[in-house]
Ligand binder design. Structure first.
Ligand code: PLP
Length: 373
């Protein structure tokens, strides 16, 4: 056979920016009057913070959330000066220069962070606005409710921080029937009432589906923008898949009943089989936990992963494929079956997305002119 001109041994992560923008629009509609602050932390869940940020900017997004100052700086350089970029993990002395230089807005998660950032803000001209994060039950980041009174009382501290938003984060939003949602909603309302009047934000992707009382003035979707299922009810969701991993078929082989496949011979053929070796492994985000469990799509057919997933390679059973399977063809991972794959590997769709490797060639579909700065 001859290689097709497009043949490469490297996997491709295809990111559909039109689908991303459609998801942004669909979530905006659902959120009504609330603004959207897009969570683009961890390199936009592995899809590329700058191209994703630019596309969302093109779709009208002007508020972004990253985890660290370094992520914020990369995004700022990519999307220009006109959007607000919040740093969720808060301010640290080491990041002071980057935060101020790139005009990033720290999220204040504790009284310690509040005092530290107030001292920075008091020293500079035009200090950036901040967001105050209060913990309403997740016990992750955010000011404990006990510390709020102190923050509310200290007018000077509040003024130095110059908060633009008061926010909290839901722990159990994917399951609408979990009583924790209402508990957090009530605590959030009460806590906010103690503070000077400030716009509020509570909902992540799943929180948007909990309905209007959870929307306040801004919602903060991440996973739903990227097409991941956010709640336990797929049928209510308004988004479409964005990311697909395409792995090249490197070699097709025929094995006899009784032969084993891959490291440690964890798979034994019970019949003569046709198998395909594809160029994507755990270094590209195909989890080892999918060994002998996961699937990829070859010619519209689910081809089971057989043997242990290797660093750079995965082996598929293509015995049943009706069309020819040959070198240069593709196996498709993720895409519309991100959730079923996540449940196979006992992981999260979030983790699958975010691990889609740095090594993949990223192919952004149909970027439009207006996205570019
Ligand atoms: C990651 C994150 C989000 C987005 O969460 P999704 O579940 O991906 O929508 C929103 N708010 C905070 C504080 C976060 O850390």
């Amino acid at each position: 056979m001859t290689f097709q001109p497009s043949y490469s041994t490297r996997p491709t992560l295809r990111v559909d920016l039109d689908a991303l923008k459609a998801n942004y629009a669909a979530l905006s509609k659902l959120a009504g009057a609330a603004k959207i602050g897009a969570a683009v932390k961890a390199d936009a869940y592995g899809l590329g913070a700058v191209p994703v940020g630019r596309a969302l900017y093109g779709a009208g997004c002007r508020i972004f959330f990253v985890a660290t100052a370094g992520e914020g700086k990369i995004l700022r350089d990519g999307i220009g000066p006109n959007a607000a970029i919040y740093v969720l993990n808060g301010p640290a002395p080491r990041d002071k220069g980057v935060l101020l230089g790139a005009k990033l807005k720290p999220v204040i998660n504790s009284l310690e962070q509040a005092r530290y950032w107030a001292s920075v803000a008091d020293e500079v001209n035009e200090p950036p606005y901040t967001a105050i994060h209060i913990d309403t039950g997740m016990n992750r980041l955010g000011l404990p409710l006990e510390d709020l009174t102190e923050l509310a009382r200290d007018k000077k501290l509040w003024k130095s921080l110059n908060p633009e938003w008061v926010m909290s984060h839901l722990a159990c939003a994917p399951d609408a029937s979990n009583p924790m949602n209402k508990t957090q909603l009530e605590r959030f309302r009460k806590a906010a009432a103690q503070l000077p009047l400030t716009p509020l934000s509570l909902a992540n992707s799943a929180g948007i589906y909990l309905g209007k009382p959870y929307h306040f003035q801004m919602v903060r979707p991440g996973i739903a923008l990227y097409g991941g299922q956010a709640t336990t009810k797929a049928e209510q969701e308004v988004t479409q898949p964005v990311a697909t991993l395409l792995a090249p078929i490197l070699q097709v082989r025929y094995i006899k009943a009784g032969e084993t496949v891959g490291y440690n011979g964890t798979f034994t053929a019970d019949k003569d089989m046709r198998i395909a070796v594809v160029g994507a492994g755990y270094a590209d985000g195909v989890p080892v936990s999918h060994s002998n469990k996961g699937t990829a799509i070859v010619h519209d057919m689910e081809a089971p992963i057989i043997g242990r997933v290797s660093m750079d390679l995965t082996i598929l059973d293509v015995t049943e494929a009706r069309l020819t399977v040959e070198t240069g063809g593709v196996a498709v991972f993720r895409g519309s079956h991100l959730e079923s794959e996540a449940s196979i590997g006992e992981t999260l769709n979030y983790e699958l997305l975010v691990r889609l490797g740095q090594r993949c060639r990223r192919d952004y579909w149909k970027p439009k002119k207006e996205d570019a700065r």
